[in-house]
Design a protein around this ligand. Structure first.
Ligand SMILES: Cc1cc2nc3c(=O)[nH]c(=O)nc-3n(C[C@H](O)[C@H](O)[C@H](O)COP(=O)(O)O)c2cc1C
Ligand SMILES: C=C(O[C@@H]1CC(C(=O)O)=C[C@@H](OP(=O)(O)O)[C@H]1O)C(=O)O
Length: 386
């Protein structure tokens, strides 16, 4: 499978074209919209989220509730566009009409590097596309992938582990419990006490004109053994998951399983012993590898974490240089999120859904869902008999 997205933060819409989804997959628009709504919520988001009402339109590849095998085209409109029609017009406008030319690069953003690289003296031509508004359409794409995973009883859920200095204590719950608890938490955190402290910290950062980052975790259960491959660098599923997480705006680190902690432990406390479970199937005594060995799934839950840096646009100004005057200035802003870690956990789920669905399609390749399921059943019999 593959997909591309297009669209600017304040343009008319975000668009995605997805290719390679098998035919006859039942696709629910409501389920996509549920995911879009989840991404918009979370304590710490800014005023833009009061303007947007993200809903998907499917304009190709789906008929009477099922995929046809043709490319799927998804659209999410930007409600804010109505305020930006002249500024974002594809038609030429008089210089005087464009009051929003950006000559002041914001630290921590793509503005300056993008301006130099693409030879743009108006940095709006960079920031409109680098904006994390794009994550709305990626969540829609992930929601399509999630519906394919559901057909194979694969569940993906995420939660927030840390915001700023507040770390959630480990809570051992089923994926179903995780979904129930995080849906009720304004910071998508399993530890209710930490969640309260996270919200206080976000309020304080906001009042101080500052911002916060954090750590999110995504878990996937129900995966067959052998998705991904050890035979070539770009087929390793751990590497592909890391790329997917790192492609989210503001993500700066990834861990799989115990991750960085492995550096501090001896091998005997890192590797997972191989056992036979009650049904006589191969399993692991522990899951410190986070469900991946040799770039392939082990059949244990996949556990991926990502680190999000604090939002770079601050009410508390940071110094930068104006590209017209070459003079220093202190960057001031109109609006921004102060913490988007809870929303980013939903984005992280979406990109993990995509990566796993992509690997599933490779392993059980079929043009229709029926063909894929037949291949999956045959492989499961092989694994059981092995
Ligand atoms: C869900 C989400 C919301 C974001 N909201 C903002 C925001 O309101 N203001 C901001 O400056 N950055 C925001 N960001 C982060 C920037 O888009 C990102 O830091 C910037 O594009 C630079 O890219 P980089 O941090 O990956 O290098 C957000 C990121 C995510 C994932
Ligand atoms: C629009 C979204 O996030 C935006 C991501 C973002 C950035 O710089 O990344 C900046 C803000 O946009 P604006 O400058 O229009 O207020 C956020 O609101 C969204 O998540 O849907």
């Amino acid at each position: 499978m593959r997909y591309l997205t297009a669209g600017e933060s304040h343009g008319p819409q975000l668009t995605a074209i997805i290719e390679g989804v098998p035919s006859n997959l039942p696709l629910s628009i409501e389920k996509i919209n549920e995911q879009l709504l989840r991404r918009m919520k979370g304590h710490g988001r800014g005023r833009r989220m009061q303007i947007e009402k993200d809903q998907v339109k499917i304009v190709a590849g789906v008929r009477h509730g099922k995929t046809t095998g043709a490319p799927i085209c998804l659209v999410v409109e930007n409600k804010d566009w109505t305020h930006w029609q002249t500024i974002m017009s594809p038609e030429p406008v008089d210089e005087g009409e464009d009051k929003r030319r950006v000559s002041r690069p914001r630290p921590g953003h793509a503005d300056l590097n993008g301006a130099l690289k693409y030879n743009q003296r108006d940095m709006r031509n960079i920031l409109e596309r680098s904006s994390a508004r794009e994550t709305a359409i990626r969540v829609a794409v992930g929601a399509v992938a999630r519906q394919l995973l559901e057909q194979f009883d694969i569940t993906v859920a995420g939660h927030v582990l840390r915001i700023g200095e507040v770390q959630a204590k480990p809570v051992d719950v089923s994926l179903e419990e995780m979904i129930r608890i995080t849906e009720e938490s304004p910071v998508r955190c399993l530890d209710a006490d930490a969640a309260k402290r996270m919200m206080d910290l976000i309020d304080k950062a906001k009042a101080d004109g500052d911002s916060l980052g954090g750590v999110v975790e995504v878990r996937a259960e129900g995966l067959p053994v052998g998705l991904g491959s050890h035979v070539q660098w770009d087929r390793k599923l751990d590497g592909r998951l890391a790329q997917a997480i790192m492609s989210i705006q503001a993500f700066k680190g990834v861990e799989i399983g115990i991750g960085f902690e492995a550096a501090a432990r001896p091998g005997s406390q890192v590797h997972d012993e191989i056992i036979l479970d009650e049904q006589g199937n191969y399993s692991r005594k522990t899951n410190r590898a986070g469900g991946l060995e040799g770039g392939m799934t082990t059949g244990m839950p996949v556990v991926v974490r990502g680190v999000m840096k604090p939002i770079p646009t601050l009410y508390k100004p940071l110094n930068s240089i104006d590209i017209d005057t070459k003079e220093p200035f202190a960057a001031s802003i109109e609006r921004s999120d102060s913490c988007a870690v809870p929303a980013a956990s939903v984005v992280a789920e979406a990109v993990v859904c995509w990566t796993l669905a992509d690997a599933l399609c490779e392993k059980f390749a079929g043009d229709s869902l029926e063909e894929m399921k037949a291949n999956y059943d045959k492989y499961n019999r092989h694994v059981e008999e092995f």
